[in-house]
Ligand binder design. Structure first.
Ligand code: G6P
Length: 609
């Protein structure tokens, strides 16, 4: 959830940058910085922690000038520190970046071999070095940036300046948003519209694969290959709330689409690809705490409870620690067996859910270690738990949880891999394979989201349904539960989730021509068994909706609707499969005309028992 702001014009650049960064503050960050062109060189000011720290630094040591770039950072490659904060400087260049550069190790090795030194642990700094290197070949800033981005794999939005071209910003976008604000004798660039609404409502949006050269009098947009793009600006008439919805009809739809970025934000700074290890320095339960954990209790409510069910699979598989999963409201009243060899982990988006909080308090009373996986910084649960692993999903405004859920899954996987590596139950090799798959996950997630128009059409066929079944197996069974919960919450259609193998033990009696059954059918060890369950439903006339990554005519013959998703590592399938199910619920509800963002009778944060 990094924030980007850039300015070129006549105003005091530092003030514009800080104001823009303030308006992006709700997204969260761990450090911030600005670079302002002052007397032919850059004044670089960076600090860890709150934006106020950066403002204090600027008050002590002003950066005066009329063009500059600013950034708020969530640590990705490398811990939160001043050296790792953006902007990054390399030679004549300063640069800010959102996203992850997937091939940064190879690029860094190449740059090192060419005699380049690095002052940070970030993937970002390599982009600055690449561009500076191409400037030395005689390229101008736009040409050097073009050459550098041709070398990058991954997702990025960058804004870069060079001492040689004062008053010029170059921005480039691939998968991470960039918006350009047009003023009179001044122009702006940002990662998000709200950062610019105080200054202008005329905006140009970069598409993936596009660059912009921006100075105070104009903007030139081109594709990465240099082809000039003519694009008319759009006038943003949105009120601040719509601006925050990013133009989507509902917060929920915006948050569904934010998920590839949200899981990047959860992984940031925590993946050590080279070592095949996980880095959780903000999660500290004491010296070598992992050694004597003999059992774990995962406690949560609602959607977060479904995340715990998947988390049990992850932890038992990779760390070989037996796990119990319970609802907060059940756990606290059943005299749970807790002792000092256990670890209680609560999972909560808000950090305020009363029953989940009570579980942490129960652990404290009994002298048992507790940890929280949480989204909201400094919430009640995070203050009570002994350690916190933040999900960094950014604010989730829709009552029905989407991005908080997939980031909880991601955080639980990180925890499982971390424990597995420390306890010797997971090899560096296996861990590296998973990390690699995690780094690449945002692309298939985006492909799954691109199915939205076809899911919207499909959803029309089910608006009149009164009941739905969802079935899955193994670690995808909780995703069936979550899919059913989402449909209930949003559309008020009765829905239930079952392990596919349980169908014949009761629920099959419900199957008729009026019963849609959503079958989660990923390619894995239980594919054939789930396929037979699906045929049991077919022979009883049920309307089958399959979500699968398998191309197979048999599936198409049996199913009424097929949602075909990309293949990912089987351990990441629960994350991927969640997306089409969220979209299905969203569109069924939309067609039924319910209040998607604030469904009846529900609250985002349940602080009563
Ligand atoms: C409420 C919300 C759910 C959420 C649950 C737990 O019921 O409507 O979406 O899953 O609380 O909330 P938490 O903030 O603890 O994750």
């Amino acid at each position: 959830m990094c924030g980007i702001v850039g300015y070129v014009g006549q105003r005091d650049a530092s003030s514009v940058l800080i104001r823009g960064l303030r308006l992006l503050e709700y997204r969260g960050y761990d450090s911030a910085g600005v670079a302002v062109l002052t007397n032919g060189d850059f004044a670089l000011r960076r600090s860890v922690g709150k934006l106020q720290n950066l403002e204090d630094l600027l008050a002590e040591s002003p950066a005066t000038g009329h063009s500059g770039i600013g950034h708020t950072r969530w640590a990705t490659h490398g811990r939160p520190s001043e050296a790792n904060a953006h902007p990054h400087r390399a030679g004549r260049v300063v640069l800010i970046h959102n996203g992850i550069i997937e091939n940064f190790l190879a690029l860094r090795a190449e740059l090192r071999a060419n005699g380049r030194d690095f002052s940070s642990e970030t993937d970002t700094e390599i982009i600055a070095h690449l561009i500076d290197g191409y400037l030395s070949d005689g390229d101008d800033l736009a040409a050097a940036t073009r050459r550098a981005i041709a070398r990058l794999e991954g997702s990025f939005a960058i804004v870069v300046m060079s001492v040689d071209e004062p008053g010029r910003l170059v921005a480039a976008k691939s998968a991470t948003p960039i918006v350009i604000g047009l003023g009179d004798g001044e122009n702006f660039v940002a990662s998000d519209i709200p950062a610019l609404l105080d200054y202008t409502r005329d905006m140009l949006f970069l598409e993936d694969g596009e660059m912009a050269e921006i100075d105070s009098s104009g903007v030139r947009v081109s594709e990465f290959d240099g082809t000039v793009v003519e694009r008319d600006p759009r006038r943003i008439t949105w009120d601040p709330v719509t601006a925050q919805k990013g133009g989507y009809k509902h917060f929920m739809l915006k948050e569904i689409h934010e998920q590839p970025q949200a899981i990047i934000d959860t992984m940031r700074g925590r993946l050590l690809l080279e070592d095949g290890d996980i880095f959780l320095d903000d999660f500290d339960l004491g010296k070598e705490w992992w050694k004597d954990v003999e059992r774990m209790d995962l406690i949560a409510c609602g959607t977060a409870w479904h995340a715990c069910l998947v988390g049990k699979f992850f932890i038992e598989k990779f760390a070989r620690i037996p796990c119990n999963v319970d609802y907060g409201s059940e756990f606290r009243y059943r005299e749970p067996i807790l002792d000092e060899r256990g670890l209680l982990v609560v999972v909560s988006q808000s950090g305020e859910t009363a029953d989940t909080l009570a579980a942490v308090e129960e652990a404290r009373r009994k002298g048992v270690r507790s940890a929280a996986i949480c989204n909201v910084v400094d919430s009640s649960i995070t203050r009570r738990a002994d350690a916190v692993l933040y999900t960094h999903a950014g604010p989730e405004i829709s009552v029905a949880s989407t991005k908080a859920f997939v980031t909880q899954l991601t955080a639980l996987l990180l925890m499982a891999l971390f424990l597995g590596r420390r306890r010797g139950t997971l090899s560096a090799e296996e861990c590296r394979e998973l990390i690699e798959a995690m780094v690449h996950l945002p692309s298939p997630l985006r492909e799954a989201l691109a199915l939205a128009p076809s899911i919207e059409t499909m959803a029309r066929r089910y608006v009149k349904a009164e009941n739905f079944l969802y079935v899955g197996r193994g670690l995808n069974y909780p995703i069936a539960l979550e899919g059913a919960l989402k449909l209930k919450e949003l559309s008020y259609i009765h829905a239930e989730g079952y392990p596919a193998g349980e169908l014949k033990h009761g629920p099959i009696a419900l199957i008729s021509e009026t019963m849609p059954v959503v079958v989660l059918l990923p390619k894995n060890g239980s594919f054939a068994k789930t396929l037979s369950n699906m045929k049991e439903v077919e022979s009883r006339g049920g309307q089958i909706i399959v979500v699968t990554d398998v191309e197979d005519d048999e599936i198409d013959q049996v199913a009424r609707d097929v949602i075909r998703v990309p293949s990912v590592h089987p351990m990441l399938m629960p994350i991927l499969l969640s997306l089409p199910l969220q979209l299905l619920s969203y569109y069924v509800a939309e067609h039924r005309g319910t209040d998607v963002d604030q469904p009846r009778n529900l609250a985002k944060s349940v602080t009563v028992e």
